[in-house]
Design a protein around this ligand. Structure first.
Ligand SMILES: [Zn+2]
Length: 145
């Protein structure tokens, strides 16, 4: 799936484990499905998929794609981080809230673009990624001979 989203240059660690949500502010009834930490300048990221929130492969792939799309949005996070550093006292939290709302809506838009515009469900995207890897490996083997 990373290849299908153009993220092959990134070093991404993916964990499947319970995510502790105690003390975090979440909308009522909202289950945290996953989270993603991005070090955009170094193209490194860490995705954690909440094992408590997934009971089938399809849902898991949906969350994985969502978190990978956050990595695609990495430069926007770098901009938001810089904006927060320069924010006036007391406006950092407001900026963070706006950033999270806007980035989640953009990721949702990208998910719809893939699902509705290109018929690329998470499972199809994973299959496409495997095909791209196989093609790339085939080219490498041909070059060596
Ligand atoms: Zn998200």
């Amino acid at each position: 799936m990373m290849h299908a989203l153009g993220l092959q240059a990134w070093a991404i660690d993916i964990f499947y484990e319970a995510i502790e949500t105690k003390g975090r502010v979440r909308p009522e009834g909202f289950m945290l499905l996953g989270e993603c930490g991005i070090n955009e300048p170094y193209q490194k990221a860490q995705i954690t998929i909440n094992a408590r929130a997934h009971d089938n492969r399809s849902a898991l792939l949906q969350t994985l794609r969502h978190e990978l799309l956050h990595i695609v949005m990495g430069p926007i996070q770098t901009f938001a981080d810089a904006a927060r550093r320069h924010a006036m006292n007391g406006t950092e939290d407001l900026l963070s809230a706006h950033y999270h709302e806007c980035v989640e809506r953009t990721v949702l838009g990208l998910e719809r673009l893939l699902d509705w515009g290109h018929n690329l469900s998470p499972a199809r995207l994973a299959t496409k990624g495997r095909r791209l890897i196989a093609m790339a490996e085939g080219k490498k083997r041909r070059k060596k001979r």
